[in-house]
Ligand binder design. Sequence first.
Ligand code: PLP
Length: 375
Amino acid sequence: MKSAPIYLDHNATAPMLAAARDAVIDAMARTGNPSSVHATGRAARHLVESAREQVARSVGAAAPEIVFTGSGTEANNFALRGVDGPVLISAVEHDSVAAARPDAIAIPVDGDGIVDLRALEALVAQHRPALVSVMLANNETGAIQPIDEVARIARRARALIHCDAVQAFGKIAVDVAALDVDLLSVSAHKIGGPQGVGALIARGNVALEPLLRGGGQEKRRRAGTENVAGIAGFGVAAAAVNDHLKMAEATRALRDGLEARIVAAMPGARIFAAGTRRLPNTTCVGMPGIGAETQLMAFDLAGIAVSAGAACSSGKVTASRVLRAMGASEEEARCAIRVSFGRGNSVSDVERFVAAWMALAMRRGSNGGATIRAA
Ligand code: PLP
């Protein structure tokens, strides 16, 4: 009998919460444009504004500071392209930050992918940036950045601070005031909400040049009729974000168990960013000599969903830009996969993953000369 598939790709997208799905379906069954003044329109407006309150509360913001967007990618583009003047971004940002401003100046990172604060100080003094953008947690390795220190340095130079919290949201506590950032990006589908809806939190209503024009929605910050159903689902998922956070210790135990088994079995295996604070659910593991694409196919055949590098990119696997920025060789960056745990995972999933991993390493026999011991 074929075993049930195992989902170990929660950083790509989290399973949707039943309550969020119900809210989406319920909203879709209604008619009404939130901009219409009649009662039907006002009912749709009520859904949007309730969700705005819920999202605001989940990150310690005020409701008017929330701008709903079509994704985390759009929130990042809005922040990065909405300012005039030079921008500094870390060398390990998600593509939706890096590609939004190809002219951005990169802040180098250390071997664990953590921004070099001394280098940041020097770059800030040299370039007088309008904006500094550093993610809260990396989507590939889970490494958590010292955002408070980044903010302190950027603030001294009067730069705005943007933080992409898309991957951290729901996995560690995110509070916009404690982080002391001006702009924060989040996305619904990483916390059990629907895909295709995100938000940019603009504290103190920082003025940004809109990306989309042609309507007065979102206080003229994002034109276009709101995705009422998606926003309603986002609100419900945001209201339940503390339940997500409660899974942290369970996912950490699974992640740590997986890493311990793999390193014991193959001392040549590399766990990226192992020397720093990481998201509890995420590991990025290198299997020497076997490309990520080959690994993904083998795991897929074994019924296990994992990803190589950033899952939200094109589907074509190339060496991870993030791992390269951390000093990994082209070969190391080509042979790493990401495993991310979440709701529904159990110890037996770790067992099956480790068994598939070992089988692959032994079958290929190209394990960089590393010994494989019985797991
Ligand atoms: N930023 C980070 C760190 C991400 O991991 C992702 C998606 O994986 C995004 C931004 C993009 O979010 P969305 O999928 O909502 O466009």
